[in-house]
Design a protein around this ligand. Structure first.
Ligand SMILES: *[C@@H]1O[C@H](CO)[C@@H](O)[C@H](O)[C@H]1NC(C)=O
Ligand SMILES: *[C@@H]1O[C@H](CO)[C@@H](O)[C@H](O)[C@H]1NC(C)=O
Ligand SMILES: *[C@@H]1O[C@H](CO)[C@@H](O)[C@H](O)[C@H]1NC(C)=O
Ligand SMILES: *[C@@H]1O[C@H](CO)[C@@H](O)[C@H](O)[C@H]1NC(C)=O
Ligand SMILES: *[C@@H]1O[C@H](CO)[C@@H](O)[C@H](O)[C@H]1NC(C)=O
Ligand SMILES: *[C@@H]1O[C@H](CO)[C@@H](O)[C@H](O)[C@H]1NC(C)=O
Ligand SMILES: *[C@@H]1O[C@H](CO)[C@@H](O)[C@H](O)[C@H]1NC(C)=O
Ligand SMILES: *[C@@H]1O[C@H](CO)[C@@H](O)[C@H](O)[C@H]1NC(C)=O
Ligand SMILES: *[C@@H]1O[C@H](CO)[C@@H](O)[C@H](O)[C@H]1NC(C)=O
Ligand SMILES: CC(=O)N[C@H]1CO[C@H](CO)[C@@H](O)[C@@H]1O
Length: 500
């Protein structure tokens, strides 16, 4: 208990320090071929994504995110809002099942209660603040309220007259909700969650907003938007909307609630009525957005105040209804292949932008296990691969089977040979993939790993000395499918086989 309290104190003091803005991603799941939670977690790790928002609190996804260091925003879906907003017990139950059951292994840092409720579900507006309060009191009861914030994402369309930002205000008919909501956010140290879509503002402006201004491209000084009241210069729509939200809050006398952008992005494809939904524009918007956020630029009204932002979204959601753009907001397709390569020079290590060059050599499924074992022995012997991470007790020992172990060894060989395609064959039992086979603490050579550094392989294990036998017994797979005679056969086989 004392340790727990100490931890809480440390957590609280960390939050009051200088906040550094981060980039996260939203994970929508409306895909005809939704990757498994493990695959999602692997993609996030390979891209060095440390912050995600889920649209629910899916148990399998939360389990896959456990012990990854990834910070997670979970959501109360709109369907559950009426129930939770009307019953403290229902709220407490939801928190127990979807949050308390997963922390601290899964680092849940916020609960988004509903999504754009005021604009999409007005009949739930009267219970929205109660829902937040009930959820919050359940967190208080479990001593989790200082590490898990409660808020609700808004559409930026609740802000009226948003340019010039200094004259913006929240739609006044929403004041009965917004006033108590902001007071709640203020008193609990939470933040305003805002969805910011310069794409839609640009589309709806019928030519008034220049495309460059929406895409963070530099404008000639005479085209820059200037707020006549504050004389602040706006070089992009994103900043103008965020400042409009700050001014709208201060209009209600709230000046110390920070903003987190829960959604922002640009579609890479659209139908004939959406000519600016292109790969080039999507790449420009998201690349510039990431650079802008990571740089801690802040906004003209609040320079250098963090505006952390979750990109909408990780995957193209091909099953979403609506115009073609709806299915094309993603950075990746269902196979984890990037839709475009972000231009992130100098933008830190989130979203490694050269993933297409991240290739791995893996064992083919459906292969003769004897062939695999022989090739494994060759790689760990004459192939001079450091196979010590495969030893019992070492990071890549599990899963203890010949397919996984040979995948590790083939890949290490392939990486050490400069990823020449010829070196990923092993008599036809190996193949090249772009999916990082790393898992848990087993980081494969060539993987971006957890901190974005290309590794030369897991080297936690003491390096094994090459005995020269070419048949170090430690690497034999001891499973049922391989008998001693097969192993011996494999050893003889490897002495004579030429694998490449
Ligand atoms: C969870 O995230 C918070 C906020 O960044 C961080 O301070 C904390 O160390 C993380 N906890 C764990 C267990 O990783
Ligand atoms: C709601 O439930 C929490 C526990 O989850 C409790 O601490 C709080 O007092 C309850 N509030 C009301 C108004 O019943
Ligand atoms: C303001 O909010 C009310 C209630 O939700 C809505 O009917 C109205 O259309 C909104 N006004 C504007 C200008 O969006
Ligand atoms: C904000 O503060 C001003 C001055 O103290 C006051 O007149 C006004 O009623 C307040 N507005 C709200 C919404 O509290
Ligand atoms: C980074 O921030 C500095 C000031 O803090 C600003 O001058 C510069 O334009 C910013 N760069 C980008 C790419 O936003
Ligand atoms: C990826 O590889 C190709 C061909 O090997 C090369 O031309 C390209 O520059 C590489 N891209 C990056 C981002 O390293
Ligand atoms: C990433 O991890 C490697 C190995 O664990 C370490 O040497 C390196 O300093 C780390 N890089 C950063 C930026 O943390
Ligand atoms: C791996 O290590 C070798 C030798 O230590 C070094 O020459 C090579 O550049 C490293 N490769 C990567 C990708 O770090
Ligand atoms: C192997 O052992 C020799 C002598 O015991 C030592 O000098 C050498 O560095 C070792 N090689 C590796 C790769 O550990
Ligand atoms: C984060 C990251 O990997 N950035 C790289 C993006 O690509 C350029 C070159 O294409 C590199 O210079 C960046 O380091």
């Amino acid at each position: 208990m004392a340790v727990f309290l100490l931890l809480l104190i440390l957590l609280v003091s960390a939050v009051s320090g200088d906040e550094k803005a981060f980039i996260g991603v939203n994970i929508g799941t409306d895909l005809s071929d939704m990757p498994s939670p493990t695959q999602v977690a692997t993609l996030l790790k390979s891209q060095n994504v440390r912050h995600v928002r889920l649209y629910d609190a899916d148990r399998a996804m939360l389990l896959a995110l456990a012990n990854t260091g990834i910070e997670v925003v979970v959501s109360v879906p709109n369907e559950l809002l009426l129930g939770i907003g009307q019953s403290n017990a229902t709220a407490a139950n939801w928190v127990a099942r979807n949050v308390i059951a997963h922390v601290p292994a899964t680092n849940i840092t916020a609960i988004a209660v509903g999504s754009e409720v005021l604009t999409t579900l007005p009949n739930a507006a009267p219970v929205l603040v109660s829902a937040l309060k009930f959820i919050h009191s359940a967190l208080v009861a479990s001593n989790l309220d200082s590490q898990i914030k409660v808020s609700t994402p808004h559409s930026s369309s609740i802000i009226l007259d948003s340019f010039p930002p200094s004259q913006a205000f929240f739609n006044r008919s929403l004041d009965p909700v917004m006033v108590p909501l902001l007071k709640f956010l203020q008193s609990t140290g939470s933040y305003l969650m805002l969805n910011v879509y310069p794409y839609y503002d640009y589309m709806q402006s019928s030519g008034v907003i220049p495309l460059d201004y929406a895409l963070f491209r530099s404008l000639p000084p005479n085209k820059e938007a200037v707020d006549a009241n504050t004389l602040l210069h706006y070089t992009n729509v994103f900043d103008a909307i965020v400042d409009a939200a700050y001014f709208s809050m201060s209009y209600l006398n709230i000046t110390n609630v920070p903003i987190v952008v829960t959604e922002s992005g640009w579609p890479s494809k659209g139908d004939s009525s959406e000519p600016d939904a292109t790969v080039e524009n999507a790449n420009t918007y998201n690349s510039n957005l990431i650079k802008h956020v990571i740089n801690n630029t802040g906004t003209p009204k609040h320079p250098r105040i963090a505006v952390s932002t979750y990109i909408y979204e990780l995957y193209n959601e091909d099953s979403r209804p609506g115009p073609a753009s709806e299915q094309n907001w993603g950075l990746f397709d269902a196979n984890g292949m990037p839709v475009y390569i972000l231009h992130l020079t100098g933008a830190g290590t989130v979203f490694a932008n050269d993933t297409t060059n991240q290739t791995f050599c893996v064992a083919k499924g459906d292969t003769d296990l004897k062939m695999l074992q022989a090739a494994l022995d060759w790689a760990c012997g004459p192939g001079k691969v450091d196979c010590s991470p495969l030893l019992q007790g070492q990071p890549c020992y599990e899963p203890d089977n010949v397919v996984y172990h040979s995948t590790y060894a083939f890949n290490a060989y392939f990486q050490q040979m400069g990823k020449s395609i010829r070196t990923c064959d092993f008599k036809g039992v190996a193949t090249i993939t772009t999916t990082d086979p790393s898992h848990g603490s087993c980081v494969f050579p060539g993987s971006f790993g957890k901190n974005g550094t290309v590794t030369n392989g897991t080297s936690l294990a003491p390096s094994l000395n090459d005995t020269g036998s070419g048949c170090p017994p430690q690497y034999f797979y001891g499973g049922d499918s391989l008998t001693t005679s097969v192993i011996i056969g494999a050893c003889i086989f490897l002495m004579t086989a030429v694998f490449l």
